[in-house]
Design a protein around this ligand. Structure first.
Ligand code: FES
Length: 73
């Protein structure tokens, strides 16, 4: 167990989101610019349906930006 849990967020169809890949600021899942100097960049993504999604915060999911249960392994 890593101590990370996925973050439940409502995402809107057609909107562009930037998923944080650097892991800085662990209670957020979206890029806030804190990656500067880490060599990492955010991933742009969007969804086909407006609903609640569980986004990965441990960055180990093989289906980023979505949680696949890897945080519990
Ligand atoms: S703050 Fe983490 S990728 Fe931008």
């Amino acid at each position: 167990m890593s101590g990370f849990i996925p973050k439940a967020v409502i995402l809107e169809k057609g909107k562009e989101y930037y998923f944080c890949n650097c892991g800085k600021g662990q209670d957020q899942v979206f890029c806030n610019g804190a990656h500067k100097g880490t060599g990492k960049t955010p991933s742009k993504f969007s969804v086909d349906e407006t609903k609640e999604y569980h986004l990965c915060t441990c960055k180990k999911s093989s289906n980023l930006p979505y949680c696949d249960g890897s945080h519990a392994k």
